[in-house]
Design a protein around this ligand. Structure first.
Ligand code: 5GP
Length: 131
């Protein structure tokens, strides 16, 4: 069965898309740690990040770099942090989180409650920096 993230890529489940190319898809995390918290995934369905091919990891990281640069412009922060967990969704993904301090990367933190309008606005702000 397709993962929830494959279904997002296929458009079967809605998402707030930030960027896309042939191989990768970036969209807002639905339970964000901060405004701009984005997930980068390969379209190819692989559970464990470190099972991806070397070339895929390299290309995914370059794609994530572009997205992170756009996030930082759209949501000024000290740095954009990157994390790979994958304990919840069995489809490899990189979390990109704008950080003001180290504690912003704590996945045990309460998540932001945002409206659909907030999500749309955030995704548009990041996408605009990629244009
Ligand atoms: P992890 O697998 O890295 O532990 O966590 C999965 C992440 O995916 C979580 O931060 C969660 O909020 C996010 N997530 C889970 N399901 C969905 C979904 O259907 N849409 C979006 N946009 N994010 C999701």
């Amino acid at each position: 069965m397709a993962t929830i993230f494959s279904r997002i890529v296929a458009g079967e489940i809605p998402s707030y898309k930030v960027a896309e190319n042939e191989e990768f898809y970036a969209f807002l995390d639905i339970n964000p740690l901060a405004k701009g918290h984005t997930l980068v995934i390969p379209k190819r369905e692989v559970d464990y990040f470190f099972d991806l091919e070397d070339s895929e990891i390299a290309a995914m990281q370059v794609f994530a770099k572009k997205v992170a640069t756009a996030i930082k412009k759209a949501f000024p922060c000290v740095k954009v942090g990157q994390a790979v967990l994958g304990l919840e969704v069995p489809h490899a993904h990189i979390h990109l989180v704008p950080m003001q301090s180290e504690k912003d990367m704590l996945f045990t933190n309460p998540k932001l409650q945002l409206t659909p309008e907030d999500f749309k606005e955030i995704a548009a702000k990041i996408s605009a920096q990629l244009a």
